[in-house]
Design a protein around this ligand. Sequence first.
Ligand code: DC
Length: 220
Amino acid sequence: MKSLLITIDGPAGAGKTTVSRMLAARLGYSYVDTGALYRAIAYAAKTARIASDDAALEELCRKIKLEVIPRQDGFCLMLDGIDISDKIRTPEITMLASAISARPVVRKYLLYLQRELGKNKQCVFEGRDMGTVVFPDADMKFFLSASLKMRADRRYEELKAKTGQTREEVEKDMACRDKNDSSRDIAPLVPAKDAVMIDSTDLSAEEVVSSMIRRITHLI
Ligand code: DC
């Protein structure tokens, strides 16, 4: 059986994480949510009181040790030996991750780490620039989108018990991140030319995964 490297890019709330996890489980592959890596650096910067535009980010990236340890249901994220997987989903870290992700030094550091993780293929990578920058030669690329309203509804349902944000605040933050992530100079959120586009606005996660599997079967 051929080993594939599959990328899924798209904006926040399009369903990338759910779908990547399901697709990886279906194929017996591992999956990496690369947004979590940007969140981990944002968490490290916040802990060290380093702002997103501070030159000290470079030294921070040199000093930290970030590890992705595969688990049955995904992976666990270790920062300097401590599991921070549960600490990176706050609204503050979310916005800080978007801001630091525009810094070339951060992207350079993570480019290397992501390519190391993808070396053995058999992996689904989800993010913003997987098919365009990190893995331009991926075996299969998807770009998953959905309307802003639907994405905000989904994210609100997912986070309401945890963050206390209103539905309006969730949509406002999401629109702001869409703008930051799509308009930055380096590795902006754009579909790769050879990506298969899927609009998940009116589709269930199961329907999205089935449509992906249909596109992949002939490659395996
Ligand atoms: O997928 P997420 O919401 O957890 O990502 C958090 C931020 O990280 C997102 O706003 C932009 C950045 N990011 C990126 O620039 N490139 C990626 N491949 C993944 C995430």
